[in-house]
Design a protein around this ligand. Structure first.
Ligand code: ZN
Length: 155
């Protein structure tokens, strides 16, 4: 077990988020080797519009609006850090506990697959996703802190 636990702000962000996703996050913080904060849970349509305008998000149909997504950002030396190596570790912890709970998770590091159906390292999953997008002539919009419950099972 890690010594990490969710702070007050993280718990606040989880309000209104689907209970299956909350269960995964709460278990993940206990097992992860990398501390994290819940940076975004529920979002209003207004907040989402601003994110799309700024280029930070690509869709108005965000799973954050419906309570099916969270952003888990590495918390290092008292600061939130959007860095890939710690993000991979968080994604590994999320995958492990979600599999344990049989809850499917889609990850912003590789949008076109279901994270919980994979075995390879999360770093490889991102590299392969980017390669697939390039091959298709498309840009890869990767969002490592983003985890969501897939629409195929959660409307
Ligand atoms: Zn997100």
């Amino acid at each position: 077990m890690s010594e990490f636990k969710l702070g007050k702000r993280s718990l606040e962000e989880l309000k209104g988020v689907h209970s299956d996703l909350v269960a995964v996050v709460k278990r993940a913080i206990a097992l992860t080797v990398q501390d994290f904060s819940v940076h975004d849970g529920i979002r209003t349509l207004e907040e989402q519009k601003k994110l799309v305008q700024s280029g930070a998000s690509q869709t108005l149909n965000s799973r954050h609006i419906t309570g099916h997504a969270v952003d888990l950002v590495p918390f290092i030396n008292g600061k939130l850090r959007w860095e890939w190596n710690p993000i991979y570790n968080i994604a590994e912890a999320v995958r492990m506990v979600a599999k344990e709970k049989d809850i499917p998770i889609r990850w912003g590091g590789a949008w076109d697959i279901v994270l919980t159906e994979t075995e390879e390292s999360t770093e490889d999953l991102v590299a392969e996703y980017v390669a697939r997008r390039r091959k298709a002539g498309k840009r890869a919009f990767i969002d490592g802190p983003h985890f969501e419950l897939p629409k195929s099972k959660y409307q």
